[in-house]
Design a protein. Structure first.
Length: 376
C-alpha cells in the first residue's frame, strides 16, 4: 500500500511537472509570437517612416523653388493673390492612408497643421513651428477630419488678410495659445507629392500635384525649376479652371493664336481643344519665364528643357510643328526679357497682363535669329 501510494505520488508529481513545463513552453511561445509581431510592426513602421521622409524631402525641394516664385507672383492676378504666412499647411489627407501611423510621429493628423516654416517669414516672426495645430483663424474655427484638407488647400489662404494683423489660435502639445501675425501677399497653392512611379506634375487650380518620381528624377536644379514654374504659371492664370469650364482667356489670347499657328477663321470659338491647350501653354511659358527671370534663374536652357520633354509627350516620339513654334515663341519671350533687363526695366509682364500680346505673337524669323545668336 505504501509503495503504491509512493508510486502514485511520483506519477502525480511527474505529470504536474510536465504540465508546468508545457505551460512554461506555451507562455514562452506566446511571448515569442508577441515579440515577433511587435518586431514586424516596428519594421513596418520604420519602412513607412522612411517613405514619409522621402516624400517630405521631396516636398522641401519643391518648396525651395516655389516659395520665392509664389512671393514673386503676388499681384500678377488679383484674384490669385492671397494672404501668405511663409509656412506650409497640411493635413493627413495630403499623404497616403498607409502612412497614418507614421504621420502621427510628426504631429500630422486629421486637422490643419504646420509642416514647414520659411526663414524670415511672417510665420517665423510669429514663432509658429512645425507640428503646430491651427485651431482658428481670425475667430473662425478650423475644421477637422475630412474637411481639414480642403481648408488647408483652399480656404485658409482666403481667410488670411494680407497687410493686416490676423489672429491665429494654435495648439502645441498640451498648450493652447494665440499669435498675431501679418500675412504678406503671394500666389499661394498647396503642394502634394504623390508616391507615383511615373514622372508627372499637374496643377488643379488649388493644389500643385507632383509625383515622387518626377521630383527625384529631375536632378538638374534648373530643369526642376522650369517644370515647377510652369505648373505655378498655369495655376496663376487659372488654366485648370478654364479647361474645366471650357472658357477662354480673353482678348489677350485672341492675338496669341497667331503665335501657335492656329487659323484665325472663326476666331476662338472654332478652335479645337488641342489648340486651346497650345494657347494655354504659350501663356504659361511667358508667366513662368518672367517669374524665373525676376528670381535670377538662367533662361537660356528653358527652351532646351522643353525640347527634350516634347517628344516624350507625343505618340510619334518626335517634335511636332506646333512644338517647334512654341520653342520659337519661348526664344522670343526670352529676348524680350533680356532687352528689359538691359534697359534696367522692371522684370514684370506688365504689357501682357494689360492686354498686349506682342511678346507671344511670333515675329517672322525672330526665333531663328535668336537661336543662332544663342549658338543653337
Amino acid at each position: 500500500m505504501g509503495v503504491d501510494f509512493h508510486r502514485t505520488l511520483v506519477r502525480s508529481g511527474f505529470f504536474a511537472g510536465a504540465l508546468l513545463l508545457l505551460a512554461g513552453c506555451e507562455t514562452s511561445r506566446t511571448e515569442l509570437l508577441e515579440q515577433e509581431a511587435e518586431m514586424k510592426r516596428q519594421s513596418l513602421l520604420t519602412a513607412k517612416t522612411r517613405e514619409l521622409l522621402r516624400i517630405q524631402d521631396a516636398e522641401a525641394r519643391v518648396w525651395d523653388v516655389l516659395h520665392p516664385l509664389m512671393e514673386e507672383a503676388a499681384n500678377y492676378q488679383s484674384s490669385e493673390t492671397y494672404g501668405y504666412l511663409g509656412a506650409v499647411f497640411v493635413s493627413e489627407e495630403f499623404y497616403p492612408f498607409r502612412l497614418r501611423n507614421a504621420l502621427r510621429r510628426y504631429s500630422i493628423g486629421p486637422y490643419v497643421s504646420v509642416s514647414q516654416v520659411f526663414p524670415d517669414s511672417p510665420a517665423e516672426r510669429a514663432d509658429l513651428r512645425e507640428g503646430d495645430q491651427i485651431l482658428s483663424v481670425n475667430g473662425k474655427r478650423v475644421p477637422r477630419w475630412g474637411r481639414a484638407a480642403r481648408y488647408a488647400s483652399v480656404r485658409m489662404k482666403r481667410d488670411l488678410v494680407p497687410g493686416e494683423v490676423n489672429e491665429i489660435k494654435v495648439r502645441r502639445g498640451e498648450e493652447t495659445f494665440s499669435v498675431s501675425v501679418t500675412p504678406e501677399k503671394a500666389a499661394y497653392y498647396s503642394v502634394i507629392v504623390s508616391p507615383e512611379s511615373h514622372v508627372d506634375i499637374r496643377p488643379d487650380g488649388e493644389v500643385i500635384w507632383l509625383s515622387l518620381a518626377m521630383v527625384e528624377d529631375l536632378a538638374d536644379p534648373s530643369d526642376f525649376a522650369y517644370a515647377c514654374s510652369f505648373a505655378l504659371a498655369q495655376s496663376i492664370m487659372r488654366h485648370p479652371e478654364k479647361r474645366r469650364k471650357n472658357l477662354w482667356i480673353g482678348s489677350t489670347m485672341d492675338l496669341a493664336i497667331i503665335a501657335t499657328g492656329i487659323p484665325s477663321i472663326g476666331v476662338l470659338g472654332n478652335a479645337s481643344a488641342k489648340s486651346k491647350q497650345r494657347l494655354f501653354d504659350v501663356e504659361a511659358d511667358l508667366i513662368a519665364l518672367y517669374l524665373l527671370a525676376a528670381q535670377g534663374y538662367d533662361l537660356a536652357n528653358y527652351p532646351k528643357f522643353w525640347e527634350k520633354q516634347f517628344p516624350k509627350q507625343r505618340y510619334s516620339g518626335m517634335l511636332e510643328k506646333e512644338d517647334a513654334l512654341r520653342l520659337e515663341v519661348q526664344h522670343q519671350i526670352i529676348a524680350s526679357i533680356d532687352a528689359k533687363r538691359a534697359s534696367g526695366a522692371f522684370i514684370f509682364p506688365e504689357e501682357y497682363l494689360a492686354g498686349d500680346a506682342s511678346e507671344v505673337v511670333l515675329q517672322p524669323f525672330a526665333g531663328a535669329t535668336e537661336r543662332r545668336s544663342m549658338g543653337k
